[in-house]
Design a protein around this ligand. Sequence first.
Ligand code: HEC
Length: 168
Amino acid sequence: MKKTVLIFVSVLFTFVSCKDKMNQFAVPDYKSWKRPVAEILDTPIPGHGESYRVIYANDIAFQSKIIRDGNTRRVFMNDGSVIVKEVYKKREDVGYKVPGLFIMKKDIKYPEALNGWVYYMKKPGEPAMEIKWRMCVGCHEAANEKHPYFDGNKEGMFRDYLFVNIAR
Ligand code: HEC
C-alpha cells in the first residue's frame, strides 16, 4: 500500500513539475523595445502602495489597430503582442536595480488565456508565474471603459484590457 502511494506521489510530482516547465514563461529581452509612454509612472494604483513603473511593448503590439465594429471603434491587439511593465520601489532604482515585472501576452489559442491574454508576474530572481485567477484581469477590465489613467479612454472604447493606448 505504502509503495503504491509513493509511486503515485512521485508520478504526481513529475506531472506537476512538467506542467510547471510548460507554463514557464521565458521573459523576452524587452529592454530594446519601444515604450508606449516615455515617463516613469508614479500615479498610485489602488492596493499597490508606492511604486515607479516603466512600460515596454514589442513591435507586434505597436502594429495593432483600432478597428470598426458596426458603428463603434474598438482596439484589437494583435496575437503575439507582449507588454512588459517594470515595477520599482524607489525612483532612483529605475534602470539600476532588478525590477519586478508584470507581463501581458496576447495568446488567443492558449486555452487558459483570459479574454485572449495571459498574465504573468515575476519577482526579482524568481521565474515568471502565470496568474490564472482574476487578480489581474479583474482590474484590467476597467480599461475598457472611462478610467483615470493616461488619456482616460474618454470614448469608453473597448481597449482590449490595456490602460495605455498602443493601437493606432
Ligand atoms: C488594481 C488594479 C490593477 C491590478 C490588480 C493590476 N493592474 Fe496592471 N495596470 C493597472 C493600471 C492602472 C495600469 C496603468 C499603468 C500604470 O499606471 O501603472 C496598469 C498597467 C499594466 C500594464 C501595462 C499595459 C496597460 O494596461 O497599460 C501591464 C502589462 C500590467 N498592468 C500587467 C498586470 C498584471 C500581469 C497584473 C496581475 C499580476 C496586473 N497588471 C494587475 C492596474 C492594475
